[in-house]
Design a protein around this ligand. Structure first.
Ligand code: 6PG
Length: 470
């Protein structure tokens, strides 16, 4: 048999995600190849027995088999592995070729790599991919950066393998440079916030309302049938209903309550602070995971400061409030994430279209949810919208739900069930709708102790005062 030639795309990194994406491409009729230096790892490619799917354990042959300009996609762990694969590839590629990093890389690394590859004439494209293994296999949401030139070359393959919403593929160019990885980072920040908010609802249902796993699963299922429909709500139903294979009852009760994180949520918060954009619901979610990890201290403190939340009698009223709370808080979490994308796009010159981001998040990704339809409509109608919460249609949906969020937060505070992300969302909302905040006092204090100056509401200019003496 002749060696394969003119293949559409080659993929390096045949782990779960890479393999699933490669099989997805082959299923859609693209002639593609996977590379792994360990030939044994090519077993799944051989087992698939597809005439348009090829495996290589030799890098030069793999690169030679690709059509020019070549596209090599990387699905390797973020960090040093990406740099070492690039270093191996570089002598084999030529000007005009593309390297697409489809891992969860940090956007500043992506910008650096693109810059380093520029003199070689190689376009380095950072692309966010969301949806886990099943998404990669059957239709992920994809967020490529790298600008229009890269999109032109990648479009046919990406559009054919992406998830679809209303018949439209959930992939589109996110903007120039590292925009793709930036948008994926924000996706994960919102993911952290929504997951934490759902965990807080679960905590109130369990500890305050005394609901069983089956009752909670039924309640989340009801949510998923309505305006709260979304992937994370749906998997919460599944999780709560899964029996423990190693014991009695449901598996969820045996799972350790210490959350781990790979870092994308933390990056979102760190980057938001660098830009000066408030994303407190995401910050709270990151901190809540860190706090959960302090289990030894928590156990000691639980003994030192005992007191279980009292049971609440009016379950129906509490659940009605909780449904509103998650609805309102989810709006606020997305609003914070989109505000950060807008600020980053201005700062880094990405040129990211917010409506486009909402469009590709409607299916395939982890934060896909019914709410993304009105979010998409809001940014499509007004691409320059400074904050999602300013859109009249959003206000009409959100305002009536704030009472439930407030009642839920009050309930959590009153009984000692911590609701950090829900509380942070409410405080953001209350802060953003305050025509007057107490920051005048901060400014006065700064000027008092450090002569940092302040501005006045009634005239232009910068002022310094001898406080207490004037
Ligand atoms: C996705 C997920 C995916 C991954 C997260 C998990 O969009 O498919 O976000 O990227 O599951 O990185 O992140 P943590 O390990 O930090 O929770």
């Amino acid at each position: 048999m002749n060696d394969p030639a003119n293949l559409e795309l080659g993929l390096i990194g045949l782990g779960t995600m890479g393999m699933s994406l490669l099989l997805n491409m082959a299923d859609h009729g693209h002639a593609v190849a996977g590379y792994h230096r360990d030939g044994a790892r090519l077993q799944r490619i051989r087992a698939a027995a597809l005439p348009n799917l090829h495996g290589f354990d030799e890098l030069a042959g793999f690169v030679r088999a690709l059509r020019r300009p070549r596209v090599v996609m990387l699905l390797v762990p973020a960090g040093a592995p990406v740099d070492s694969v690039i270093a191996e590839l570089l002598p084999l590629l030529e000007a005009g070729d593309f390297i697409v990093d489809a891992g969860n890389s940090f956007h500043r690394d992506t910008a650096r790599r693109a810059h380093e590859l520029e003199p070689w004439g190689i376009s380095f494209v950072g692309m966010g991919v969301s949806g886990g293994e099943s998404g990669a296999r059957h239709g992920p949401s994809m967020m490529p950066g790298g600008g229009a030139h890269a999109w032109e070359r990648l479009r046919p393959v990406l559009e054919s393998v992406a998830a679809r919403a209303d018949g439209e593929p959930c992939v589109a160019p996110m903007g120039k440079g590292a925009a793709g990885h930036y948008v994926k980072m924000i996706h994960n920040g919102i993911e952290y916030a929504l997951m934490q908010m759902l965990a807080e609802c679960y905590d109130l249902m369990r500890r305050r309302l005394g609901m069983t796993n089956a009752e909670m699963a039924a309640e989340f299922a009801r949510w998923n049938d309505g305006r709260l429909q979304g992937f994370l709500v749906a998997i919460t139903v599944t999780v709560l209903g899964t029996p423990d294979p190693l014991g009695a009852g449901e598996l969820i009760d045996a799972v350790s309550d210490q959350a781990r994180a790979k870092g994308t949520g933390k990056w979102t918060s760190q980057e938001a602070m660098d830009l000066g954009v408030p994303v407190p619901a995401i910050d709270a979610a990151v901190s809540a995971r860190e706090l959960s990890a302090l289990r030894a201290e928590r156990l000691q403190l639980a003994a030192l400061y005992p007191g279980a939340p009292p049971a609440r009698a009016d379950r129906a009223a509490a659940l009605a409030g909780l449904e509103q709370a998650y609805f309102a808080a989810a709006w606020i979490a997305y609003a914070q994430g989109f505000a950060q994308i807008a600020a980053a796009s201005r700062e880094y010159g990405f040129g990211t279209g917010l409506a486009t981001v909402a469009r590709v998040w409607r299916a395939g990704c982890i934060i896909r949810a019914a709410i993304l339809e009105p979010i998409h409509a809001a940014f499509a109608a007004n691409p320059a919208l400074a904050n999602l919460l300013l859109e009249p249609a959003v206000a009409a949906a959100l305002a009536p739900a704030v009472a439930g969020l407030r009642a839920t937060v009050i309930d959590g505070v009153s009984c000692g069930v911590p609701l950090p992300a829900l509380s942070a969302a409410l405080a953001y909302f209350d802060g953003m709708r305050s025509a007057r905040l107490p920051a005048n006092l901060l400014q006065a204090q700064r000027d008092h102790f450090g002569a940092h100056t302040y501005e006045r509401l009634d005239r232009d200019g910068s002022f310094h005062s001898e406080w207490g003496r004037e």
